[in-house]
Design a protein around this ligand. Sequence first.
Ligand SMILES: CC(C)(COP(=O)(O)OP(=O)(O)OC[C@H]1O[C@@H](n2cnc3c(N)ncnc32)[C@H](O)[C@@H]1OP(=O)(O)O)[C@@H](O)C(=O)NCCC(=O)NCCS
Length: 237
Amino acid sequence: MILHGIVVGMSGTPAYRVAPGADISDDATIGDGSSVWHLAQVREGAELGEDCIVGRGAYIGSGVRMGRGCKVQNHALVYEPAVLADGVFVGPAAVFTNDHFPRAVNPDLSPKSASDWEPVGVTCETGASIGARAVCVAPVTIGAWAMVAAGATVVKDVPPHALVAGVPARRIAWVGRAGSPLVEAADGTDAWVCPSTGEWYIPDETSGGLQLASSPLADAPRPAALHDPDEQDGIPA
Ligand SMILES: CC(C)(COP(=O)(O)OP(=O)(O)OC[C@H]1O[C@@H](n2cnc3c(N)ncnc32)[C@H](O)[C@@H]1OP(=O)(O)O)[C@@H](O)C(=O)NCCC(=O)NCCS
């Protein structure tokens, strides 16, 4: 097990931070600039990209893959074989299931082993956000920049940029990359506009969601860093 502290990379510079009580498998890969907070568990074979945050008490299952800049909030449970692309947000106490028809035992009451069931996973595409205490019932895909409301139960794929809420989750709006609900374009087309960024989105027939059409931010300078590695949720460590 990796002990808490700052884990130093090959170059001798700090690579990632592990808080006391975190349990990271020796066989997990943690990207530079990441933080794993108190009592979180990262299982064998899990792969976290650079600049990820795993909050207090969160669980990252065996072989789960997370891209760069993902944030898994306190007590979220990300069961394998979940796959998170870059910039995915998983809210506090959210659950990603992995067994569609769960049973603890076989019909003869013998314990189920790994070969007695087929794990299924939740896939989150780039920039997707999952609200607090939401449940994503695998197999399911949350499309790019989609948003799942707090407390929702997702049982069907969510198209890119959809905002879904409720049990079962249904689309209540479209959201842009900044997270704001989109408004219909005033030009009479089927385009949508983000009131906070001015970005335009158009329907994407392939995914059933929206796709970015134009962005006034395209040439804007990027922030220097996704987060301050000394902070968790904006609170200094
Ligand atoms: C879904 C969400 C983004 C909607 O925010 P909003 O656009 O300000 O929505 P409003 O409050 O105007 O509500 C719009 C409608 O959706 C409903 N609604 C809002 N949040 C909902 C939720 N979590 N579940 C079910 N319905 C919800 C409202 O009741 C309202 O319904 P109505 O039109 O029939 O009255 C927000 O409520 C939410 O759940 N955000 C996630 C917060 C979170 O989990 N953060 C994690 C970090 S702590």
